[in-house]
Design a protein around this ligand. Sequence first.
Ligand SMILES: Cc1ncc(COP(=O)(O)O)c(C=O)c1O
Length: 344
Amino acid sequence: MHPIELALRKHPKVPLMDGPTPLQRLDHLSAALDLNIYLKRDDLTPLALGGDKPRKLEYELARAQAAGADMLVTCGSAQSNHARLTTAAARRAGLDCAVVLSQDEWQALQGNLLTVYLMGADVHLVPTADHWDLEQHVFELIDTLKAQGRRPHYIPISGTTPHSCLGYIDGALETLGQLSEQRVGLDAIYTPFGTGGIFSAMLMTFRAHGIAAPFHGISVNRPKSTCLENLDHWWAALSDLLDRAPDEPRGEHQIFDEFIGREYGDPTEAGLDAILMLAESEGILLDPVYSAKMFSGFFQHCQDGRWASGQTVLLLHSGGVPALFAYHAPIARHLKKQGRLSEF
Ligand SMILES: Cc1ncc(COP(=O)(O)O)c(C=O)c1O
């Protein structure tokens, strides 16, 4: 067994995954772009409509149980995937869940927000200019809960902690196994970049296994400089947890912050185009916040001639698809502009 796998096994987790998610070749898109395009389908993880969080929450749930917690507490945007999946994970483990969410443009009782209410989370909607600043509200709630005798376990925004990043060491090992079974060699890898937990863990695992293909992180909210600082942070934390030297070479990797749009969650034209492209060519639904932004970056790179005929590219679909329903208005406008929708 590879040392990184051995080190990973020391960390307890509560199983939320039932087996590997598919690694699929996208035949139509590959033909259209004259590339070999593979998609790792983490939108199909087996918890409450899927996404990246079940892998991450397996480790945080183990920590919550070890601490004797009786509930999980977290925060996020009104359409937070993390709130949906933390609530679902809490329910699977027989725990309660409280979520502090920002009141924002996308707070319709739709998509993720609807599912959070359905699963009976204690929802606190608070006004804030930036949902990344919700911690102060969560800490106040935690104090109140403790005063009431509850034992809350706090999971920060996006679910990214040193331990939850271990979930994407698992995810990357699983992907490497599938690539090897399907005899696929890679020329490039793309992931969305939010807090950078996924990117950092996958990069570390691929490099530990000697895969040198360049990594491309498409930022969904922060400037490139902040993303690189985050990568340093998670890399150091993971090195520590996995007994690895922190100065192991990271190989070729780049962060792109030009596909964010106005702000986090902005449904950009290029992102909406990417949603239509994947839906029509492959019957695959992207989400407007993460996977569509990642594909918009990848498509731009294809247009710029970054990838040559026949090269092989792996992209990670990290989920988030329920948010699509909260974005029906900009999607409808986009379809109308393109002459694809005359009703509604
Ligand atoms: C669907 C989806 N993809 C990707 C991410 C970003 O992952 P990370 O924060 O590890 O970069 C998130 C985070 O909230 C998410 O909900």
